[in-house]
Write a protein that binds this ligand. Structure first.
Ligand SMILES: [Fe+2]
Ligand SMILES: [Fe+2]
Length: 268
């Protein structure tokens, strides 16, 4: 299975986790002077240096989108569009239908959390359906049969309908499986309205917004926000395969849109 595809000219962040272990071991070897530490950090493992450059990166939205373009999404093989093109197809379809500007922006932002794959997270932990952890799995989650191998299966408390939660506690209090959705929602929390944050955080929570599962964990706010998540979802799903967006021509509009809601650089 392919995991990360980056262009060969770019330094690779971290090829494997044991590279990290080697680095820590070398860095803190006994008897090393401060000076030696610094030299070691820069030269010993370019992958580690690159990892930290990315790790501390402040990026504009365009830079984040460009960076994301180096990724090929294993969960979405039926598109030969770049990630930026998918984002623009989504946001442009929203714009064409006359939705508010914050929603157009949400269309552009929604998959930027996939940069996690380029920070060394495996794709299986970043893309795909999301679902609550700590309670019984819904059979509406994609490929539910694979939960047979999930170690949470052995925790009896997690096998009940409510698990670790109170009835209708609200999705705010629910721990979702990790993914690009939760990540981008956190990044955008200071800047976007609550409707947008629901679209970002829950766009891969298909069991809930498509199949109506987990309603016993939702509260009034979640039920009110569901219509926005659904409104958004059709653009994520059905804008694919449309004409290739003309990025250059669209750039001025998006420059203005980004500037309206977001600082020049965002911490990723
Ligand atoms: Fe997504
Ligand atoms: Fe998407």
């Amino acid at each position: 299975m392919s995991v990360i595809h980056t262009s060969s000219t770019d330094p690779q962040p971290l090829a494997a986790l044991d590279q990290w272990d080697d680095f820590v071991e070398g860095r803190y070897k006994e008897g090393k002077s401060k000076e030696e530490f610094r030299v070691y950090d820069a030269e010993a493992l370019p992958g580690v240096a690159e990892f930290y450059r990315l790790n501390h990166g402040m990026k504009s939205i365009w830079e984040a989108a460009d960076f994301l373009n180096t990724l090929i999404d294993d969960s979405d093989p039926d598109t030969d569009f770049s990630q930026t093109e998918h984002l623009l197809q989504t946001s442009e379809a929203i714009r064409r239908d006359g939705h508010p500007r914050w929603m157009v922006l949400t269309g552009f932002l929604h998959d930027l959390g996939k940069v996690l794959c380029l920070y060394g997270e495996p794709q299986w932990g970043v893309v795909g359906d999301t679902f609550p952890v700590g309670c019984a799995w819904s059979t509406d989650i994609v490929f539910p049969e694979y939960f047979a191998n999930n170690p949470d299966r052995n925790v009896p408390e997690y096998q009940t309908k409510y698990g670790i939660y109170e009835p209708n506690c609200g999705l705010d209090k629910v721990h979702m499986s990790f993914g690009h959705d939760g990540y981008i929602a956190e990044v955008m929390k200071p800047y976007m309205p609550i409707e947008a944050l629901y679209m970002l955080r829950f766009h891969s929570f298909y069991p809930w917004h498509r199949h109506g599962a987990y309603q016993h964990l939702t509260n009034e706010q979640d039920r009110a926000m569901l219509e926005w998540v659904l409104k958004f979802n059709q653009y994520d799903l059905y804008s694919k395969g449309h004409a290739r967006p003309d990025i250059k021509a669209l750039k001025p509009y998006y420059d203005e849109l980004f500037a309206e809601f977001l600082p020049k650089k965002v911490a990723w």
